[in-house]
Design a protein around this ligand. Structure first.
Ligand code: FES
Ligand code: ZN
Ligand code: ZN
Length: 313
């Protein structure tokens, strides 16, 4: 296996590109793919302040690393979900990376901010852990970005994540979700002020295997173990199904995702006309109002009220 660029010995092959690379040319390729994605989707400029949602895993640390190397003003944000030793170790990985790179990292904890951890929330609400986890992460990332004055929220979603989500949305014909699946989610203004910060996914051109290789080759010490609460996560099964298809025909993931973006997505609206977004009566975040007579409460506040109510019983 020879490097496509210099013909030296390759360390990494990428079958969907029909190419292999030596270490320096793979790292170049990786950074170029990120830079190309940022430009192609006009994600942000060097004047913007970026907040990177960091989990301690390979994807979020890799995207943070590339953004810093490309010269962007990128601060990390770690949210401690209170998932036992897994959270402790992932927090340590995020802090160790920030220290080694001399990067700024904001750390917050769900228990300190709201009075529950993800496992407690799952028990109290009697829902699968990932549902409360996802809701709280989205809410807290956005809140931190608004409070700390960031322009852009960056996440480490890669091609595999996006294809698995797309696959799930198609299997269930979640048309609303299909309309909102994109590498950039625009800022939302509610009641005259920014309520949802612009969200971007600069890794959508890179597969999970490539982000792992990037982290490994650059010496980023990331948490390899998976979240112990992953059982029951359907996204995980979709990933496995898509991986099987990719194995027998390389390029499937790329075709599915970029084919959707370029040829199909515009057919789905990205706004649901059945409700309007208004400030939540509890916290001011955007809440969907279906019925003008009802008090608007966002889904985060509804879940929090339910959980804390049951906790007091
Ligand atoms: Fe769903 Fe961790 S809570 S994977
Ligand atoms: Zn080379
Ligand atoms: Zn609210």
């Amino acid at each position: 296996m020879k490097c496509k660029v210099c013909k030296g010995p390759a360390v990494m092959d990428i079958r969907r590109h029909n190419a292999a690379f030596c270490k320096p040319h793979f790292l170049d390729h990786f950074r170029n793919q990120v830079a190309r994605t940022i430009k192609e989707f006009s994600m942000f400029t060097s004047d913007d302040r970026l907040l990177v949602a960091v989990s301690g895993g390979k994807d979020s640390l890799a995207v943070w690393d590339v953004l810093i190397d490309l010269g962007y003003d990128a601060t990390g944000f770690y949210l401690d979900l209170g998932i036992g030793g897994y959270s402790t170790r992932s927090k340590e990985a995020a802090i160790a990376y920030a220290d080694a790179k001399g990067a700024k990292l904001i750390v917050r904890s769900l228990a300190e901010e709201h009075g529950y951890t993800v496992p407690e929330l799952a028990k109290l609400t009697r829902r699968v852990p990932c549902s409360g986890c996802g809701l709280n992460k989205r809410y807290e990332f956005n809140r931190a970005a608004l409070e700390e004055g960031f322009d852009i929220l960056v996440t480490g979603h890669n091609l595999d994540d996006e294809v698995a989500t797309l696959f799930g949305n198609v299997l269930h014909w979640n048309v609303d979700m299909l309309g909102r699946q994109a590498p950039v989610l625009e800022e939302k203004v509610v009641g005259g002020a920014t309520a949802l910060v612009r969200k971007v996914k600069p890794l959508v051109r890179l597969a999970e295997r490539e982000t792992a290789a990037y982290a490994l080759l650059t010496g980023i010490d990331y948490v390899i173990e998976e979240c112990p609460m992953v059982e029951g996560n359907t996204q995980h099964r979709y990933k496995e199904a898509v991986a099987l298809l990719e194995e027998s025909s390389p390029g499937t993931k790329n075709h599915m995702y970029f084919g959707f973006l370029n040829r199909v997505r515009h057919r789905f609206g990205d706004e649901d006309e059945n409700f309007e977004l208004v400030p939540c009566a509890g916290c001011g975040a955007p809440a969907a109002r279906w019925d003008a007579a009802a008090e608007p409460v966002c889904s985060f506040c509804k879940t929090k009220r339910l959980a804390l109510g049951r906790k007091q019983q």
